[in-house]
Design a protein around this ligand. Structure first.
Ligand SMILES: C[C@@H]1O[C@H](OP(=O)(O)OP(=O)(O)OC[C@H]2O[C@@H](n3cnc4c(=O)[nH]c(N)nc43)[C@H](O)[C@@H]2O)[C@@H](O)[C@H](O)[C@@H]1O
Length: 437
């Protein structure tokens, strides 16, 4: 203990490598104890462009989980994925609710994630530093991913290269070239990085594996966690989109069942707790007696104006489906405001007054517990259980629902559907991404 104390005394913010065994006068009685203290783990951290929504972030998680999975295999090192605290997110409009530093355990089952790659929450990562007062947590390397300024070129080529930064970012040399950088770091104070670089990168996420192996070095006997953070992780592509490990990482990305409590034996959508043991055929699930719709509004109305239906057209397209499937209930999942929801309901009841539109609206206390993210997840979960689902063109919110339906074993015809844009009811079909085991 004395030796450790002596060591930590030399561990100051200006000399972050000082917490190594080499600084300690070794004695034979203490060396084996100290060897136990050497941290053999490597921590992989990442962040995503702040404007991106929750379900795009879930997609980036799948990319990064696959990268860490392959990194572990290739290096034989104990890499652990640190889950980036969630928020604030642009689309979460209830500003009075908790909006930042939300742990993944608020929405996801951490044990399930761990069955694919080892993960820890950011807060637990911070605890590993076991710091004395006022010492910053120092991440060894931070890379800000960016595209190549000159564009993709004529041929697709995978490459990474340290470059000057294309655009402003949140990182800056904190203490006048003493080599500690400050940055956003999920809004936490007193976190720094020893190195910061912009890294132009194009290609698939696995390109970072060789980069790490070739370029990153750490003292061999450090007691301090070894860590690297890649910001703007959405820059790189899925390594094997739709492949087995895509689906394994996606299946591990399970929402917390305690909160949702909506599995249903009759609908044949019962989950097996351990996702690695669950395998369903298409058509095994039947679903509840309603048509579920994800009707994306707000920024999409401008961003995808040709692909997003008018409210009147959406109501018409849904009533045709209710007739076809002989159902009379629509579950409406939407980010629309209250006026638009009422307008949509009126269109439906004008077509057929016996049709019901159900929409989930938590009361104030419930919302304070589940937050905007929890409400969105509940919407998605109910959509995933409907007899027939229809979503919005190229929305990652819709994609995650379709994936959950694939995991449940619904037929493809009841899952991969999209609303047609404008006032049309005839458009190109949704892409079909079937599950692979
Ligand atoms: C235009 C782009 O759209 C991308 O969104 P897109 O893929 O639909 O999907 P997300 O990445 O999930 O972002 C949309 C967010 O809007 C809210 N939202 C959307 N639809 C619903 C709904 O039916 N119910 C509830 N409760 N909430 C909804 C929710 O917070 C969701 O995470 C964004 O990731 C990008 O940042 C960008 O804005």
């Amino acid at each position: 203990d004395e030796l450790i104390d002596q060591n930590s005394l030399t561990c100051d913010s200006k000399n972050v490598d000082s917490c190594t065994l080499s600084n300690i006068k070794e004695s034979s009685s203490s060396s084996s104890y100290l060897l136990d203290k050497i941290d053999k783990t490597y921590y992989f951290l990442y962040d995503v462009n702040h404007g991106e929504g929750f379900n795009l972030r879930r997609d980036v998680y799948v990319r990064i989980a696959n990268l860490v999975y392959n990194l572990r295999e290739k290096t034989n090192q104990e890499w652990i994925l640190v889950l980036p605290p969630i928020g604030p997110l642009y689309h979460w409009f209830n500003y009075e609710l908790k909006r930042t530093q939300i742990p993944w355990s608020q929405f996801f089952d951490i044990e399930s994630l761990n069955r694919f790659v080892p993960v820890i929450e950011f807060n637990d990562f911070l605890k590993k530093f076991n710091l004395q007062q006022n010492q910053p947590v120092v991440i060894d390397y931070v890379y800000y991913l960016q595209h190549f300024k000159e564009g993709w070129g004529e041929h697709f080529e995978e490459k990474v290269e340290l470059r000057t930064c294309n655009e402003e970012n949140t990182y800056y040399d904190y203490d006048n070239h003493e080599h500690l950088f400050n940055g956003w770091f999920f809004g936490y104070d007193n976190i720094r990085s020893k190195q910061f670089h912009c890294l132009s990168a194009q290609g698939f996420v696995n390109i970072l594996i060789d980069f790490i192996i070739k370029n990153l070095t750490w003292p061999s006997q450090t007691m301090k966690p070894k860590s690297v953070l890649f910001d703007r992780a959405e820059t790189l592509l899925h390594n094997d989109y739709g492949g087995i490990n895509y689906w394994r990482a996606r299946r591990s990305n399970r929402i917390r069942s305690q909160q949702l409590n909506s599995t249903d034996e009759n609908d044949r959508t019962k989950l097996i707790y351990d996702w690695t043991k669950m395998k369903r055929e298409h058509g095994a699930a039947i679903g509840g007696p309603y048509i579920s719709v994800h009707l994306r509004r707000r920024d999409y109305v401008q961003a995808r104006s040709k692909q997003i239906p008018s409210l009147a057209s959406a109501a018409k397209q849904l009533c045709v489906l209710l007739d076809k499937y002989q159902l009379d209930q629509i579950y409406l999942s939407t980010d629309a405001d209250e006026n638009e929801i009422q307008e949509f309901k009126t269109y439906v009841s004008n077509i057929n007054s016996t049709y019901r539109v159900i929409h989930y609206k938590p009361d104030k206390t419930e919302l304070e517990t589940i937050l905007d993210g929890g409400k969105a997840i509940i919407d998605q979960w109910i959509c995933a259980h409907g007899k027939y689902f229809i979503g919005s063109y190229e929305s990652t919110f819709t994609f995650r629902i379709q994936e959950d339906r694939e995991i449940f074993g619904f037929s493809k015809e009841t899952t991969f559907n999209r609303l047609c844009g404008g006032d049309s009811d005839n458009c190109e079909k949704s892409s079909v991404w079937t599950i692979v085991y």
